[in-house]
Design a protein around this ligand. Structure first.
Ligand code: ZN
Length: 260
């Protein structure tokens, strides 16, 4: 028998049987693992925590042949700002869903864990919908980086030129193009502000460009998911996210004449 002490966040909690909960955890030390928390779904549970998403917990897990059970739990941070708002909760759930589908089971991902905790903290203190969306966009950029598909340096997919100004994004192929390689019907021009934000994850960016950025990172994530063969799990997240951020309407080619 083995015990693990770990700092973890709950990505997903579901009830099993009458009394127990099955938790999908994002653990700093263990990566994505599933654990059962006994007698946590009853009204007078001995636990001080509710074992629901949007908190950071110190957990002691009992490991018997890879079957994990929660032995003790201590709340470190509860993201009450996320829990108190429907809009923030929905965006937080989309983050959880994204993390759950890109994480490989039991593979330690400390930098993605750090990015995830940062994203929750940002979402927790977001003052308005635009700030919530920005926190989500930043998280998608971090996930792309962690998956090896980061956009901190952009190159034209056709000619390989490093892209600085006049960046175009192909809505057909979900790749970046330079001005001369761009196809007028399917490529959109990206504003310097948006390009800078995509590269660095920082900077000032208005609400409309933030949503454009999300539409774009969702497309990049879909390509990445295809290459990583996690399409099925990804599509559930993508459909949710598209509804949440109204990105479907932005796919109309008629927008291609505007700079986004
Ligand atoms: Zn080019």
């Amino acid at each position: 028998m083995v015990y693990h002490w770990t700092l973890a966040s709950i990505l997903h909690a579901s009830r099993v049987g009458e009394k127990d909960k099955r938790l999908v955890l994002f653990s700093r030390e263990l990566g994505k693992v599933t654990a059962v928390a006994r007698s946590t779904a009853v009204p007078d549970a001995k636990w001080s925590t509710s074992f629901e998403p949007f908190s950071l917990l110190y957990l002691r897990l009992y490991d018997r042949s890879r079957f994990l059970t929660v032995v003790s739990s201590e709340e470190r941070v509860v993201y009450t700002g996320v829990l108190s708002s429907l809009s923030r909760s929905l965006k937080g759930m989309a983050m959880n869903q994204l993390a759950e589908c890109v994480l490989e089971p039991s593979l330690e991902e400390p930098s993605l864990f750090a990015a995830y905790v940062t994203a929750l903290s940002r979402l927790n203190i977001a003052a308005n919908a635009a700030e919530e969306d920005r926190a989500f966009l930043q998280f998608t950029l971090d996930v792309l980086t962690e998956l090896g598909f980061g956009v901190s340096s952009l190159h034209c997919e056709r000619c390989g030129a490093a892209l600085d100004k006049n960046v175009r994004f192909s809505m057909r192929d979900n790749v970046f193009h330079c001005l001369s390689c761009a196809t007028a019907e399917t490529d959109v021009a990206l504003s310097p502000e948006l390009v800078s934000f995509l590269r660095t994850g920082e900077g000032s960016i208005d609400a409309r460009r933030t949503l454009t950025g999300i539409a774009l990172t969702l497309r990049l994530l879909r390509s990445a998911a295809g290459k990583l063969a996690i399409t099925q799990a990804f599509e559930r997240f993508a459909q949710n996210a598209a509804t949440l951020f109204h990105t479907e309407a932005r796919e109309e080619p008629k927008e291609s004449c505007n700079e986004l």
